[in-house]
Write a protein that binds this ligand. Structure first.
Ligand code: FAD
Ligand code: NAP
Length: 882
């Protein structure tokens, strides 16, 4: 990016144009760090700030009680150890004045104010395709012509209008928390109303109640809150910084939330009631959002049942503080999962409602009808007040961006028309069609779901580093491609499916602003994974960006940066990081020992009604183990005979335990997982003959096993899917037993060819490799045997088979043969449904409670089994858990 001198062409008077390399809108955490880095990199940059000084959030939000809710050990700049040494925070959660002083200190230390035009609002921004520059109009002073335009305008900087009739007619004082008067407000002796009980309201209410003659709180939705326990910075949180600052900050950057704390690994169902209470009390005593959100149990954040246990503890805390049971109940959140709305830290909030001078109006029961000259009129009463405080929040994430109107990019397209159905970005940092526009903490970045100090530094570093790279390579423009942006939106949706944020009406989803497009806006996949993705984009030659330069110079490496489901990506990345030897190099015994060891590290399966073990006679009369999973619901239940995976070499009746439990719970059926003899000790046809023998035995003993009379179902994964498919053919050809349906999950169906594209595309890197499959095949049977339908069911006769549900995974060598089998069965007249799982790999569905994005696929499997069995009997899981 060529460097231009800073010039201010003021010949047009107030309409003159100032020319710089880069314009930075906003002078909060983000704008300040940007100006520092840009200056260091030798760019000319102009900051433009609507406020009269630096600080952003901390300049505007001066309401009583305003503090940070991420501990000051973490909510600080980390880019300069000397800065860290030069500033000492006085408290665990600093007050607004202290944070504002800190940002002023940073501005002074790096002499940043001289590059900022204060009291200057950017009003519109237009990309000029001929000059390849942005032109920004401003509320004061000259317009700005710049090569790059960076919106560091804040996610929570645009207060939303109160949307209540009659505000203008009110004759008393009106305050908005996000625009608090600099001189402060004295409420002594006054009757005050506060509308809103988000973080701002919860901080301000106790402080206002200390002064006011009477305070009435108007609450629409109660929030989860728990004590901040503010005071000096806890020694155990300061110690790691003192010991090794660099290591601590590095961990923060790779963590999920931007605060490097360990997360709970045990699931709620593995803990006793006492242990769960102990953990809750410990988290309550810690007074820390990140602790409460991540250290109770592993399923608290993504699973409704685990979450409900956490929520109930928090509700108990409210009841323990608020004396009047009706008030306590009104303050108790019941309409959203804990954490789906940002929880609040409180200092005397609940206790304030024990004061005789404080009242609560529940707007769910009596909505506000209007604000009158003297107060607030609800459906049931009128409350006369001297002052109204609006703690009603912000038009979050997109509000400040769209308030610059219009922002027009290539072809005159405006960003608000592009975003009419919700914001679209690539990485939350750029927008296709808007060259050289960057958003800091934009929608689609982790931003507000993290410690924002860490996210802001990462976003700024990534942007400035790219500008430096572009300049070095002689490029002048950078623009996201439509493909990359669409892929990023898909990845965001995949991440969102894992979190409970989608289940609440909040500012994260746009639900707090009437008429705003709805959808979870921040990136829910975590700070560390996001950072890795941003770095991958660079490592892959600026994947998804089009770069342009003088003389038509262009570079475009188009594509999507994340095609795997987010949790599948993390698991595969973790496995790759372990540098394990290939399983096929271990020998059969070594591979079995490895898998057994590997399985001990997976999350324990969830409880079912009963688990029974037994044996049945195999095809050669020798005993084969089975394990039965019975639902907790009253029987008799339909029976599913299940065949485990493991390439005919590995595994046993218990090795797919979590998957079998999940199938049992979701389908409401008995699952009998049966063993079969393994290669190389017992090569083909031992496995399919045992599979068939097991089916016959279960059919004969269905009543004794507690099963429902009538047809069985069969299911299997991988090589087990192969046995299940073959068993269906054998049962048809050998006169029974009757099978009502077959569930084939990533099945092996054809050993006669390895030429299908999925074998090449997914040859390595997705756990089940081509090399491993070849090893399995060689141990299992000779090439000459592979045309036998008991080896390759795709080579068999398919008419007359039971209805099938065939699941395949996009990143699986076996994908295409699974699809081929489904299509061939359908062509032969078999009723077939397919689930082609996007972004999944061979083990996605069996890694229960690890690959949570596979939950909906498993729910489809259970529905299919219920359809096959002709039962409406649902599993024990509430549907909403999806
Ligand atoms: P901001 O600080 O919002 O700064 C953006 C600036 O851009 C503003 O000063 C605004 O005036 C200016 N601006 C916007 N549009 C224009 C325009 N068109 N022209 C000119 N100027 C413009 N996050 C945490 O991680 N931890 C916390 O504890 C925490 N506490 C918070 C408490 C409150 C009360 C609020 C509201 C937010 C809190 N946040 C917290 C989020 C907080 O917003 C960020 O941590 C951080 O301060 C954001 O910095 P920023 O520079 O990105 O944006
Ligand atoms: P908020 O969380 O959006 O809360 C706004 C409150 O006003 C909600 O209770 C909302 O009810 C209510 N409300 C909005 N419009 C209303 C209307 N027309 N009538 C009645 N009630 C109405 O906003 P916030 O409290 O300012 O906090 C926003 C975010 O800023 C926080 O989530 C947090 O990230 C950050 N913040 C942090 C701190 C901190 O502790 N460090 C402090 C303040 C803010 P509904 O819920 O029903 O919409």
């Amino acid at each position: 990016m060529p460097q231009t001198a800073r010039t201010s062409d003021t010949t047009g008077g107030s309409h003159g144009v100032q020319h710089v390399d880069i314009a930075v809108v906003g002078a909060g955490f983000a704008g300040l760090y940007l100006l520092h880095r840009l200056r260091q990199a030798g760019f000319t940059a102009q900051g433009l700030e609507a406020g009269d000084d630096v600080g952003g959030t901390w300049y505007w939000n001066r309401y009583p009680g305003a503090r940070c809710d991420i501990q000051t050990t973490d909510y600080s700049f980390t880019f300069d150890p000397a800065l860290e040494a030069a500033w000492q925070w006085s408290e665990k959660y600093a007050t607004q004045p202290e944070i504002l002083r800190y940002l002023g200190f940073v501005a002074d230390r790096y002499d940043l104010r001289r590059d900022i035009r204060f009291g200057t609002r950017v009003t519109s921004a237009r990309w000029n395709e001929a000059t390849e520059r942005w032109l920004l109009t401003t509320s004061a002073g000259p317009s700005v012509s710049c090569r790059c335009y960076v919106m560091a305008s804040g996610c929570l900087s645009e207060p939303k209008p109160p949307e209540i009739d009659g505000v203008a007619s009110f004759e008393g004082e009106v305050y908005v928390t996000g625009r608090w008067p600099h001189e402060g407000v004295d409420f002594t002796g006054k009757r005050v109303a506060v509308i809103g009980t988000g973080s701002s309201g919860i901080q301000a209410i106790p402080r206002i109640a200390e002064q006011a003659a009477h305070l009435t709180v108007f609450q629409r939705t109660p929030n989860f809150a728990f004590p901040a326990h503010n005071g000096p910075r806890p020694a155990h949180r300061v110690a790691p910084l003192v010991q090794d600052l660099a290591a601590y900050r590095a961990q923060a950057r790779q963590s999920l939330s931007g605060v490097p704390l360990p997360r709970a690994t045990e699931f709620s169902w593995q803990l006793s009631d006492d242990e769960r209470r102990r953990r809750f009390e410990e988290a309550l005593a810690a007074g820390d959002l990140v602790v409460m959100l991540s250290q109770l149990w592993a399923d608290q954040g993504g699973d409704l049942e685990g979450n409900a246990l956490a929520a109930e503890h928090l509700r108990g805390y409210i009841r323990s503080v608020v004396k009047d049971p009706a008030t306590a109940e009104a303050l108790t959140p019941r309409d959203h999962p804990f954490g789906s709305k940002r929880p609040c830290l409180e200092t005397n909030y609940y206790a304030t409602f024990n004061k005789p001078t404080v009242g609560l109006v529940n707007l769910r029961q009596e909505p506000i009808e209007a604000i009158t000259a003297r107060g607030i009129k609800t459906a049931r009463r009128t409350v006369d007040v001297d002052a109204i405080v609006f703690a009603t929040g912000f038009d979050a994430m997109t509000g400040a961006i769209l308030a610059v109107h219009p922002i027009t990019g290539r072809g005159g397209q405006s960003i608000d028309s592009l975003w009419a159905q919700g914001p679209q970005t690539y990485l939350g940092l750029t927008v296709a069609g808007f060259p050289n526009l960057f958003l800091i903490t934009g929608p689609g970045s982790p931003s507000v779901l993290s410690n924002m100090a860490v996210s802001i530094e990462q976003h700024v570093d990534w942007v400035v580093d790219r500008l430096i790279d572009l300049r070095a390579a002689g490029f002048t423009t950078i623009e996201a491609t439509a493909t990359a942006q669409a892929g990023w939106q898909r990845h965001l949706a995949d991440c969102t499916a894992l979190s409970l944020h989608r289940l609440a009406n909040t500012w994260y989803t746009g639900a707090n602003v009437p008429g705003k497009a709805q959808g979870v806006m921040p990136y829910t996949g975590g700070v560390g994974p996001y950072r890795t993705i941003c770095d991958d984009v660079v490592a892959q030659g600026m994947l998804g960006f089009r770069l342009g330069g003088p003389g038509g110079k262009t570079q475009c490496n188009d594509g999507e940066i994340v095609r795997l489901q987010p949790d599948a990506r993390l698991v595969l990345g973790m496995m790759a990081g372990m540098n394990l030897p290939p399983i096929e190099s271990m020998g059969a015994a070594g591979a079995r020992a490895f898998v057994a060891q590997f399985n001990t590290t997976r999350p324990a399966g969830r409880p079912v009604g009963e688990v029974l073990d037994g044996t049945l006679p195999g095809a050669d009369g020798a005993p084969l183990a089975w394990r039965l999973y019975r639902p907790a619901t009253p029987g008799p239940h339909p029976i599913v005979v299940y065949y485990h995976g493991g390439g005919w070499v590995l595994g046993d009746a218990a090795s797919d335990d979590p998957f079998c439990r999940d199938l049992c719970r979701r389908s409401g059926m008995i699952v009998v997982s049966v063993d079969y003899r393994h290669a190389p000790e017992h090569r083909f046809p031992a496995a399919p003959e045992d599979g068939y023998a097991a089916l016959c035995w279960v059919a004969e003993h269905a009543g004794q096993l507690g099963g429902r009379a009538g047809p069985l179902l069969v299911a299997g994964w991988s090589a087990g899917g192969n046995i299940a498919a073959v068993t269906c053919q054998l049962a048809r050809d050998r006169g029974g037993p009757v099978i009502a349906g077959q569930l084939l999950v990533c099945p092996v169906t054809d050993g006669t060819t390895f030429d299908r594209p999925s074998y090449t595309e997914n040859a390595t890197g997705y756990f089940l490799t081509r090399g491993l499959m070849h090893w399995f095949w060689d141990l299992y049977c000779s090439p000459a045997e592979r045309g036998d339908p008991r080896v390759s069911p795709l080579q068999g006769r398919l008419a007359g088979l039971p209805p099938a549900f065939v699941v395949t995974a996009e990143f699986d060598p076996l994908r295409d043969e699974g699809i081929a089998y489904a299509e061939a069965m359908a062509a032969a007249g078999v009723p077939v449904e397919q689930l082609q799982a996007r972004g999944h790999f061979h083990s996605s569905f069996t890694m229960v409670d690890v690959i949570a994005t596979a939950v909906s696929g498993r729910e489809h499997m259970a529905e299919a089994l219920r359809r096959f069995a002709g039962t409406d009997e649902a599993g024990v899981l509430p549907k909403a858990a999806e």
